[in-house]
Design a binder for this molecule. Structure first.
Ligand code: HEC
Ligand code: HEC
Ligand code: HEC
Ligand code: HEC
Length: 485
């Protein structure tokens, strides 16, 4: 009865003790978890500290010798030095052994760059450690070329800019001005270390840092302060110091980025047209041309990975683990050599699937690129044919404008590294525009020729190999072009 009459309190007291016990177990478990967590965190922090903060040997403010930094950061330096190893066999479009000669592979390029250094010598980029050697060897440069060509090759460049700046208030800008004004050969004595630690890091804090003035200034002109960006954005911006489209300002050779109107090829063209800029006059069509350099950052910025805040370093400098320590791989290369640590961290596809997905994208961009380059080469010859037929300069102004626009677009994709992977849809859009504009130029040339009674097809010379194409360029440069009509 009592049980029946007073069931609730009794059962409640049993429940109360059970609840109490439950809480006790829970709290002990919580405390244990917390302490274990603390222990784990301390171990982890110690590792990170050991890796990041114990500076065994202080690094000078302008230390350009990567080996000196390497004494403090042996893992990063070790992976950096791996770039000196022979590269693996090359990927379908990317780098690797043997080194790719763009002109031998695509002789139409020789025609597109007729009259310009890129028609003589144009190799695929190699690893950072070769930057000084490669720029010293290229036939594109002469001793009196501007020292500006050193800008993205070595940490000795910011060091020299600092030294040359003297006591000027805006030391870096003044130093940069003097550096750019010097001849290439004069700075050769100073520039000896290939791209390295000082290019991307502050030696005191090891924080990522933009060491070059051009990117800083391009941001400032758009009202953006580069020192206020997020850490994740810095993991891209350190690359954007060099992997961008740029030009040398006429007379001063001051390095600048043409981004004031925007970073699409249309906007850069607007900028270049606005200052009537040309890199060279085309030897075949006598068109004033712009050479796109390597707008990797601009193309990347229009793609889905940038949209989702994935940085250059996420793919090109993925984490490695060694003895329980995580560090960034400083062997900068094609991510296809290390899919499991890069792409596969986010995409749960098999390595083969990932590689094939990249190749499928690149194949399509490559196809579009080839159609545009074939059309463009013919457009240059069509203009030369119109000149042979006696077309007046004013009559050719519009076709030349079309060809300039078309080639700037084609080159935005062609000179960009990665065969369009960084932003496939945008690359296809730009190639379609290049094809359309060069097609329009050819139609207009046909009309100009027809007006003068030439209705037979233009006789395109053979430029099927690099050597044939270079020989042909020479004839145009020497003022003895072949007959095209
Ligand atoms: C989502 C991953 C990803 C991001 C983000 C990314 N890349 Fe790439 N990058 C690739 C892939 C994939 C290739 C093609 C590699 C190949 O063809 O072997 C590539 C190719 C390159 C190449 C040519 C390498 C070679 O071997 O030919 C360069 C240079 C490059 N990227 C620079 C950059 C820069 C600079 C950024 C940031 C502005 C960037 N990438 C952002 C994945 C990425
Ligand atoms: C092209 C730019 C670049 C160069 C050159 C470079 N680093 Fe880094 N480094 C990075 C980036 C990006 C990170 C990742 C930083 C982050 O997310 O905090 C990094 C991270 C580091 C870290 C932090 C720990 C880690 O591994 O993530 C150390 C230490 C470091 N680098 C040392 C070096 C040393 C030593 C050199 C020269 C041998 C060097 N770096 C050259 C871009 C560079
Ligand atoms: C100081 C200028 C500079 C900076 C900063 C820089 N690069 Fe480069 N990068 C170059 C140059 C120059 C080359 C070509 C070197 C050569 O061919 O000798 C190159 C080549 C490359 C290659 C081709 C490597 C290969 O094996 O084919 C990749 C990939 C690359 N860079 C990615 C990056 C990424 C990602 C960053 C930022 C984390 C970065 N770079 C920062 C100047 C720079
Ligand atoms: C840090 C994470 C991260 C890394 C690393 C990464 N991706 Fe992605 N990737 C994404 C995100 C996020 C998207 C967008 C997905 C969405 O919005 O649906 C994406 C989209 C893609 C797409 C679809 C593109 C499109 O236009 O729809 C492909 C293909 C791709 N990634 C390939 C790669 C490859 C190849 C690599 C390595 C070179 C790589 N990703 C590295 C996060 C990453």
């Amino acid at each position: 009865m009592s049980n029946a009459s007073n069931p609730v309190p009794q059962s409640a007291s049993t429940k109360q003790s059970a609840t109490w016990l439950g809480w006790a177990v829970f709290l002990v478990a919580l405390a244990a978890t917390f302490l274990l967590g603390m222990l784990g965190a301390t171990i982890f922090e110690r590792r990170v500290e050991a890796e990041k903060q114990v500076i065994r040997k202080p690094i000078g403010e302008w230390e350009t010798d990567n080996a000196v930094w390497g004494e403090n950061y042996p893992r990063e330096y070790g992976s950096f030095k791996e770039m000196l190893n022979p590269p693996p066999p090359r990927t379908k479009y990317g780098n690797g052994a043997p080194h790719r000669d763009y002109l031998a592979q695509t002789p139409a390029n020789v025609i597109l760059f007729a009259g310009y250094g890129f028609a003589k010598d144009y190799w695929q980029a190699r690893a950072h450690v070769f930057a000084v050697e490669d720029v010293s060897k290229t036939q594109r440069l002469k001793p009196d070329s501007p020292a500006t060509c050193w800008t993205c090759k070595s940490p000795d460049v910011p060091r020299m800019m600092h030294e040359l700046g003297g006591e000027d208030i805006d030391k870096l800008a003044k130093g940069a001005e003097l550096f750019y004004a010097a001849p290439f050969a004069e700075m050769k004595k100073e520039v000896t270390h290939p791209i390295g630690c000082l290019d991307c890091h502050d030696p005191k804090t090891m924080k990522l840092r933009v060491s070059r003035p051009a990117l800083r200034e391009a941001f400032a002109r758009q009202g953006k302060n580069i020192d206020n960006v997020s850490h994740q954005e810095m993991r891209t911006l350190v690359c954007a110091q060099c992997h961008v489209e740029y030009y040398f300002q006429p007379k001063t050779n001051y390095l600048a980025f043409p981004w004031d109107e925007g970073m699409t090829p249309e906007k850069m063209e607007e900028y270049y047209d606005g200052i009537e800029f040309a890199d060279w006059t085309h030897a075949v069509s006598k068109t004033k041309m712009v050479k796109m350099q390597h707008p990797d950052y601009e193309v990347y910025a229009s793609g889905v990975h940038a949209y989702r805040n994935v940085s250059c370093a996420d793919c090109h400098m993925p984490y490695r683990t060694e003895g329980g320590v995580k560090y960034s791989n400083h062997r900068l290369q094609s991510p296809l050599f290390d899919i499991s640590n890069s792409c596969a961290v986010c995409h749960r596809w098999s390595e083969d699937e990932i590689r094939n997905r990249v190749y499928a994208i690149q194949d399509k961009v490559h196809e579009g690129r080839q159609s545009a380059e074939a059309m463009l080469a013919k457009a240059h010859f069509d203009i030369a044919a119109a000149m042979e037929a006696g077309a007046a300069e004013e009559e050719l102004a519009n076709v030349r404008k079309l060809v300039r626009s078309a080639q700037l677009r084609w080159d935005y994709v062609a000179a960009n590294n990665g065969m369009g992977f960084h932003s496939p849809l945008e690359c296809e859009r730009i190639l379609a525009a290049a094809l359309d504009l060069s097609g329009q130029a050819r139609v207009e040339c046909a009309r100009i020729l027809a007006k003068r009674g030439h209705t037979e097809p233009v006789k395109y010379p053979d430029y099927g190999t690099k050597e044939k194409a270079q020989e042909l360029n020479k004839q145009f440069i020497d003022g003895k072009p072949p007959k095209l009509l």
